[in-house]
Design a protein. Structure first.
Lengths: 194, 103
């Protein structure tokens, strides 16, 4: 049976912002709800309005999916804790006078660019209204942060002449964050729609 | 919310709309949630391994049904116990009832 035009518009709206499987599942329930109101005696137009009111507007549903998405939570955690981890690294690197380490300027520039791009992607992931964009931006941003953590930890281990307590704290936190990001992303790859 | 959804799936597999119907019946229609937000919550519980979802064809329409996993049953028992303790403590505080024991 063809959907009511309001239900069809709702489906179209969801399909633009959610993966097809998620939109299809929600719209299956919406069609049931529409039929429920029709059985209660409402005409199809009234039933469609009532069903949509009961389900919530598409934006509400998409927002709920966004916030239930594991990579959205990953992006939020990384953006929230990023300044703290950055502060630890700043303290650790200053204490070791890291500006004297033999690191090529191109490598320093690359680290800065990756950091900037990763933060921009994570913020985009938190703000976008499109689920697929959210997933792509959060995964790319998370990978960027993981790459940064890995590279700064290895660099510190190789180049720091004396490993002070501040640098130990910074490398430990980065190693923990690296493990957390890897674990979060592994779950997303195992279940692509989630 | 999570405990409510787990409880709605305790008696057997249900699809999203049936979960909402079960919640409505069990709460006498007093639970007023946007039904569309049930689905993200179900996906979150599935990602946590507390429920398992699978697609089937019903009346020519693809439909996703959910079933409680063993981890979900265990989580539901824990949340029920937590809720009973919480409700007993609050009842004692606002009604002057005897302080509950937690044994």
């Amino acid at each position: 049976m063809a959907d009511h035009r309001l239900i069809a518009a709702y489906r179209h709206d969801l399909l633009e912002r959610l993966p097809a499987e998620l939109a299809e599942e929600v719209c299956d329930g919406l069609a049931d709800t529409h039929q429920h109101y029709v059985r209660l005696g409402q005409n199809p137009d009234e039933a469609a309005v009532a069903a949509i009111a009961e389900f919530g507007e598409p934006a509400t549903v998409v927002d709920a999916f966004r916030k239930a998405c594991p990579v959205w939570r990953l992006a939020r955690i990384l953006v929230t804790t990023g300044p703290i981890v950055g502060g630890m690294w700043a303290a650790g690197l200053i204490s070791e006078q890291a500006w004297g380490w033999p690191i090529p300027n191109t490598a320093r520039l690359a680290v800065g660019l990756v950091l900037f791009a990763s933060v921009a992607l994570l913020i985009t992931a938190m703000r976008t209204r499109r689920y697929q964009s959210l997933r792509r931006a959060a995964i790319a941003g998370g990978l960027g942060i993981a790459a940064l953590d890995g590279s700064v930890v290895v660099t510190a281990l190789v180049l720091a002449p004396a490993f002070g307590s501040l640098l130990i704290v910074a490398t430990s936190v980065s190693a923990a964050r690296l493990a957390f990001v890897a674990g979060s992303l592994r779950g997303c790859v195992a279940k692509p729609v989630a | 919310m999570d405990a409510l959804l787990l409880a709605a799936l305790e008696s057997g597999p249900r699809h999203g709309y049936a979960v909402m119907e079960a919640l409505r019946e069990s709460t006498g229609g007093r639970l007023d949630l946007p039904t569309g937000t049930i689905y993200p919550a179900l996906h979150r519980l599935e990602a946590a391994g507390l429920i398992a979802g699978s697609w089937s064809l019903v009346g020519g329409r693809r439909r996703r049904c959910y079933v409680l996993t063993e981890a979900g049953r265990s989580a539901l028992s824990g949340r029920r116990a937590d809720w009973r303790d919480f409700a007993a403590v609050i009842s004692a505080a606002i009604e002057g009832a005897p302080w509950p024991t937690t044994a």
